[in-house]
Design a protein around this ligand. Structure first.
Ligand SMILES: Nc1ncnc2c1ncn2[C@@H]1O[C@H](COP(=O)(O)OP(=O)(O)O)[C@@H](O)[C@H]1O
Ligand SMILES: [Ca+2]
Length: 526
């Protein structure tokens, strides 16, 4: 008899052979079905709950912070944002705006301090456009002044304080939450630059699972920071040896549950603008006439420099001598080697009261790891095409690039780069030669360790520099201990929930099929 087992199976009554006592149907399958049914309903509710809660458009709670970098040559205003609920996580703060303040650095207003205040107007108005109006009052604004103001403070502390109070009044009258305007130390400038690039590179990030294995050191090493300004330069890195021979160069941080012993030094007067002044003043020491042939400038380039201005800085005051002429007439001769020889005289390598020094008797432990070189290191090396993204041009090719560039006549250089500011263009030969000398002779980067330097302007959308680290520290956004982190990322959590629900549903369906298998498919019945 050809029966459609499917149809018959479904409607088939008990069909045991005649006379056989039907087995008592036990209550077990019924219980199992009830439990399975309950679990099934639970799994469905869990799925719906996860789906609904994840899809709710939670209002994004974004916070803002503003930092003004009052450098020796310029002032920049930075606006940073971060999601409020994650502010203690690493890497969540990012730069959304940078505004370059017109005019010189604030130390340039020592003769007219109110202009320092006025100069900030445009960028503060720009910040008011970027930060939502209803958040102005809660948004902190900080101003940090660097080496230009350190030098002005050495020259005339009173004037420096007047300049600071003028910019402070301007910031207090802004709608933001003023949190201070001060001259930061060179040590701070180095430390915050190191924090910024390591925060942005994710060096402090400990993966969630590592929290359960605190003995494991963070997989990522930190990166050293090299900052070149106009009036100072900073070097900051974690050395191999924990013990420092010089306490003033030693910093101790505890960040995200890990301790860091960091070496830092800030060389005042070794920013590239002050270094040029020091070189010229040293060159002058042997000059008989007002005409100075200078191999650090291109052939055909000429520049008049006021002797009074030249000696006005604390960096050159020691070389002061009376000269019969008020102006120095600089005439370029474009020779890298001769330029390098004059620059290297700026680095005193003779005396070192420690086991190892960089220059001028300053302790420096052996260089260790990779370095991010930013600010003027980047501006100059990027112009010279020596800041390849992955890794820099080898030291020898950087030197040959400089030899070639310095030997080009000024008329050719000017014609080749009509869009570049003459102030910068005329000094790239000096600046590039100075950078190579500072790194190679000053800090003693070798052919090998030179390859561990990366010249970088930004990391992601944020400029490399001290300002982000400064704000992170002052807003306590870098906790000493690792915040309790969910071992799984948000996506991982949702994925796991959905997967486990699907497995549960699958198990339920399988169980249901087993218990509810049509009698006719059960062995021994048909
Ligand atoms: N596009 C550029 N090309 C070359 N040099 C630049 C450029 N922009 C800025 N600079 C130089 O970078 C340096 C920035 O120094 P700054 O941060 O103002 O000083 P400091 O950090 O010593 O207070 C200055 O020497 C400035 O002239
Ligand atoms: Ca700077």
């Amino acid at each position: 008899m050809d029966v459609d087992t499917r149809a018959s199976c479904q409607s088939l009554p008990y069909s045991g052979s005649a006379g056989a006592k039907p087995k008592m149907a036990s209550t077990k399958p019924k219980m199992a079905v009830l439990i399975l049914g309950f679990l099934f309903v639970l799994a469905v509710i869990a799925l719906i709950t996860v789906a609904v809660t994840q899809n709710q458009r939670l209002p994004k709670n974004i916070k803002y912070g503003i930092v003004l970098d009052a450098g020796s040559s310029h002032t920049n205003l930075y606006v940073y944002t971060w999601p409020a609920e994650k502010e203690n996580d690493t890497g969540v703060v990012q730069q959304v705006e940078v505004c370059k303040v017109e005019g010189p650095g604030i130390s340039g207003y020592s003769q007219a301090v109110q202009n320092a205040s006025r100069s900030l107007q445009h960028c503060l108005e720009r910040a008011q456009e970027v930060v939502p109006q209803q958040q102005h009052q809660e948004t902190p604004v900080y101003l940090g002044a660097t080496a230009g103001m350190r030098l002005l403070s050495l020259e005339n502390r009173h004037v420096a304080m007047e300049v600071l109070s003028a910019v402070e009044n301007r910031l207090r009258s802004s709608p933001f939450n003023f949190q201070g305007a001060r001259i930061i130390t060179g040590q701070e400038e180095g430390a915050y630059g190191w924090i910024t690039i390591n925060y942005l590179l994710g060096s402090f990030k400990q993966s969630g699972w590592l929290n359960f294995l605190p003995k494991l050191t963070s997989i990522k090493e930190t990166v050293g920071a090299l900052d070149l300004g106009g009036a100072s330069t900073q070097i900051t890195f974690v050395p191999e040896q924990e013990q420092s021979e010089s306490q003033e160069n030693s910093l101790h941080f505890r960040l995200y549950g890990k301790s860091y012993n960091v070496y830092t030094h800030s060389f005042l007067c070794y920013g590239k603008d002050q270094a040029l002044r020091m070189k010229l003043v040293r060159d002058l020491q042997n000059a008989e006439t007002a005409r100075l042939q200078d191999p650090c400038f291109h052939t055909g380039y000429e520049r008049n420099v006021s002797i009074r201005d030249l000696y006005a800085s604390p960096c050159t005051a020691n070389y002061k001598q009376s000269l019969a002429f008020p102006q120095l007439h600089v005439v370029g001769s474009g020779d890298y080697q001769a330029c390098q020889t004059r620059i290297e005289e700026l680095f005193n390598k003779t005396s070192c009261p420690y086991s190892k020094c960089s220059f001028n008797g300053i302790f420096q432990p052996p260089l260790q790891g990779h370095f991010g070189a930013f600010s003027a290191f980047y501006f100059v090396m990027n112009f010279l095409n020596l800041s390849a993204d992955s890794s820099p041009a080898p030291l020898n090719s950087a030197i040959s690039t400089m030899k070639n560039f310095c030997s080009r006549p000024w008329s050719e250089v000017k014609a080749a780069y009509p869009q570049v500011k003459e102030k910068y263009l005329s000094e790239y030969c000096f600046s590039g030669t100075y950078i190579i000398s500072l790194l190679k002779t000053g800090y003693e980067f070798s052919l090998e360790t030179w390859q561990q330097i990366q010249f970088l302007g930004k990391i992601g959308s944020s400029d490399a520099g001290w300002t982000l680290g400064y704000m992170l520290n002052l807003t306590n956004m870098i906790p000493a201990e690792q915040p309790l982190m969910r071992p799984l990322s948000h996506a991982g959590y949702v994925g796991l929930m959905v997967l486990s629900s699907l497995v549960l549903v699958g198990a339920l369906l399988l169980g249901w099929c087993i218990f509810r298998k049509p009698r006719c498919l059960r062995k021994g019945i048909v």
